[in-house]
Design a protein around this ligand. Structure first.
Ligand code: GLP
Length: 241
């Protein structure tokens, strides 16, 4: 693991964006795995700036998002499709048809999971996966106890994850109860992983990750088995090490 500790959220975002943009410039046909949540927002902002200033082109890039809420269409302001359009896709020259996110409003979610997993395989898999981490160690929406072999699947969200994400909704009742997520096995097939960790709220999760053995009770610990992981963490997140 390649671990970089940086000063704060701004620096993490800047470093992460530089890292990603450099890969996109070197490999114009790169397949990027993207995450949502508060953590990568700053990184996407910097990628947009970088696109405007240095004209990094996304014309030939394909993206796959980790997850989506079940029951929300891509036009719903709390859907991850909407988040991605708002925070990145609408501001760079990516081809909308090359941006893939599980469909939260697919009639049959199980079928949607199969379609998504197949689509990933047909595209040759992900070259660089960007990841955040939940307070309980979840990656994507893979909650503690998820099999390390899991493929794209439907998950009931734990109350702690629903509470953590409630800040984006009007009320707790509006937070969906289920999501579709790439599985841990799916994520592990990525050729490279970039994990971003920021803030005091992630201190315990990051400390645990750095001091654990791979164990399904703590999903992020699977990354200890991956051959090519870079972590960019800020000082607040790393203060327990
Ligand atoms: C959500 C997302 C994850 C994300 C995590 C942390 O549940 N499904 O992909 O990494 O929460 O979110 P945040 O970055 O807002 O702390």
């Amino acid at each position: 693991m390649n671990i970089k500790i940086v000063k704060d959220y701004q620096e993490m975002s800047r470093k992460a964006a530089e890292y990603i943009a450099e890969k996109v410039q070197r490999f114009p046909f790169i397949k990027l795995g993207l995450a949502t949540g508060g953590t990568p927002e700053g990184t996407y902002k910097k990628l947009i700036e970088n696109h405007r200033n240095s004209r990094t082109s996304y014309r030939d890039v394909t993206t796959f998002n980790l997850d989506e809420y079940i029951g929300l269409s891509g036009n719903h302001p709390n859907s991850y499709r909407f988040y991605m359009k708002d925070h990145l896709f609408d501001h760079i020259n990516i081809v909308p048809a090359n941006t893939h996110i599980p469909k939260g409003d697919a009639g049959d979610s199980e079928e949607e999971c199969e379609r998504y997993e197949k689509l990933l395989a047909e595209n040759g898999g992900i070259d660089l996966q960007i990841l955040g981490i939940g307070k309980n160690g979840h990656i994507g929406f893979n909650e503690p106890g998820t099999s390390f072999q899991s493929k794209t699947h439907v998950v009931p969200l734990t109350s702690s994850t629903r509470e953590a994400n409630a800040r984006y909704f009007n009320s707790m009742e509006e937070v969906p109860s289920h999501a579709i997520t790439m599985g841990i096995g799916t994520i592990m097939k990525s050729r490279e992983i970039l994990l971003l960790v920021s803030g005091e709220a992630k201190k315990d999760a990051f400390t645990k990750l750095m001091n654990s053995e791979p164990d399904e009770s703590f999903p992020a610990s699977v990354l200890l088995r991956h051959p090519n992981v870079t972590i960019i963490a800020d000082e607040a997140a790393a203060s327990g090490l």
